[in-house]
Write a protein that binds this ligand. Sequence first.
Ligand SMILES: *Cc1c(COP(=O)(O)O)cnc(C)c1O
Length: 439
Amino acid sequence: MTDATDAVDTPTPRRKPKAAAKTIGGRELKPSTLMMGHGYDPVLSEGSLKAPIFLTSTFAFENSAAGKRHFEGITGKRPGGAEGLVYSRFNGPNQEILEDRLSIWDGAEDALCFSSGMTAITVMLLAFCSHGDVIVHSGPLYAATEGFIAKVLSKFGVTYIDFAAGATRAEIDAVLERAKAQAAAQGGKVAMVYLESPANPTNALVDVEAVKASRDAILDADVTPIAIDNTFLGPLWARPLDQGADIVVYSLTKYVGGHSDLVAGSIAGAKKWMDPVRALRNTMGGIADPNTAWMLLRSLETVELRMERAGRNAEKVCAFLKDHPKVDGLGYLGMIDDPRQQDIYNRHCTGAGSTFSVFIKGGEAEAFRFLDNLKIAKLAVSLGGTETLASCPAAMTHLSVPDERKAQLGITPNLVRISIGIEDPDDLIADFEQALAAV
Ligand SMILES: *Cc1c(COP(=O)(O)O)cnc(C)c1O
């Protein structure tokens, strides 16, 4: 007797070509080319050039055996995940195309999309942590990430140790040794090394190569993945998987979405690291909705154009701000003073990004006068959109950070955070010039 599932040798045609071509005559196609069509076959959707938005909660099986087979994939009974679409909490066509295209930018085997950057981060952390485990993380982290590790995971017996973003190999070694001992004492493991680079708002870079060397020397590389939040420089200016990170994390809300009109997140890496997270996402929910996934497909077509333009704009604006008499310094990756940070930058980054800090001479009053006089730049938190945004971290995003920690991180009241958009650079300079004149 044959297993009923064996009868299904021709799965339902998918909108997705089985092995989408990523090469032409041996030439590997660039991400900017692949963003226009990879992972989608118009023939399977009535010839629609762009993927339709699949607004459905569930998917019809071609027969019972196929349904069984799909569930074997979903539940992990059969390795490799679901071969077909089952239910929209698990996946959908728009999300699958998005995940295929996201993985291209980071050179990852697989990717998962989520309803927000924080959903991506929290579901991933939960998937890897058990009671008694230790998380090692660089600091500072995005405030909600730091809060989740310190205040939520601690409720489930997970502890953490952090190290300063700019730490050296020797300092990282010492922290990992301490974490290993702490995990042993708690009866757990070091569940993850979690990084964020550059740190916000200090722009301090983490040496991912040093973290990998240290992890490989002290911990088990099959047990403790290195994850990194690449929201500030990705996907264009940094590819941390190339420096030895295992999982790359994004708030797609920022540069990838790029138009300040959606909230989403993702992770990418080898299948073996994605599978446990996918399983938990299947249980908890938190996948991006079809409409948001579709918007992100549109955004990905121009992500390189937008980021290149924003990066060039930031370079021009910073060249103007650098020597302005009312400016007390810049935190911009294109103008690093510290030789070690410059060395990390040279090894890890292909561009300085378009998000930086400017210190206005004076204090909060002067920073506020500058912000309140901007005419093109909008006064808002977030970054990576087509429009230029400015904010004051000490009084806004980092208001709840204790004063002592703020001082330690260099988050002074006169620090203004700027995300440069794709406007005309000379118009932006004119705006900053008149706002500084009003200080
Ligand atoms: C915005 C942001 C997040 C959180 O992303 P959401 O999409 O807002 O949930 C995480 N990390 C960094 C570095 C961010 O800038």
